[in-house]
Design a protein. Structure first.
Lengths: 131, 131
DNA sequence: ATAGTGTACTATATCAACTAGTACACTTAA
DNA sequence: TTAAGTGTACTAGTTGATATAGTACACTAT
């Protein structure tokens, strides 16, 4: 379900955040579904419970999941993304970075756009659906 | 020319690398042009010369600039991107991350594609030129 | 009661990033 | 030759994020 990369400097809690968001975006986990408990996931990944807790707190801060004390943690409803303004600007900035990187790699405009389009097909669907 | 963000955890040397690549991709600096010396840039940005040196070494590793001992550092020719395979895979991965983030932000497919297209227009040119 | 949930807290260890200072090898020009 | 400017290498030290370990608390469900 979640695989950690030992190599590289990306923090464990960030890897959990990204992969959890990817699973939800792909539809592998759906709204209201229960995610693994802090202790369960920490024992599966052989890491400290505090590290999982930190990841879950970040996910909740972004509105991706919702925690209920004593019950557990669940996938939140996708209607109200929090910090939308700041994260939108951050997304803009990352798009710029990626385009610059693509050009330095020698990619042509069509190659880059095609790379994006392929990923969009996977996430949003192939055709031109409403969402 | 280069502006550092105090806030945030992004290392200074990485900010220099990214901004320098952006300047070159935009055409603000052209092949063969001299870039500021290590000591000059470090004194301008009020940072340690070693930090600038580290950024320049990373840029040379990526084939973006070329250093000549005793003479200075210059924008390299864009013909031979190094580490192309690894960096291409890294670019793929980042594209996935961005698409996931965009979907979590509630963006529709067309909005995301439009955001990309706008940046491509800026870097590669508006029309459908060969490059 | 008991077990399972998320959370909070202190303490500790590790490592990357950054700074400071010094020194060396090289190129260019006076 | 001398002086100034280039990139580079090295040691030493500080800071902050990351992760771990251990303990404890409040809540929920059975």
């Amino acid at each position: 379900m979640i695989r950690l990369q030992e190599r590289g400097t990306t923090p464990i809690y960030e890897q959990i955040v990204e992969q959890m968001k990817a699973l939800i975006a792909k539809g592998a986990m759906r709204t209201g579904e229960k995610v693994p408990s802090v202790r369960e996931l920490s024992s599966t990944l052989l890491i400290n419970p505090n590290t999982v807790s930190k990841a879950y707190q970040e996910l909740e801060r972004q509105g991706v999941i919702q925690t209920i004390r004593g019950k557990g943690t669940f996938v939140a409803e996708p209607d109200a993304p929090r910090m939308a303004v700041e994260r939108n600007e951050a997304l803009q900035e990352e798009v710029r970075r990626l385009a610059v990187e693509a050009k330095h790699l020698g990619l042509k405009r069509e190659q880059f756009v095609e790379m994006i389009t392929r990923e969009c097909d996977f996430l949003w669907g192939d055709g031109h659906a409403a969402d």
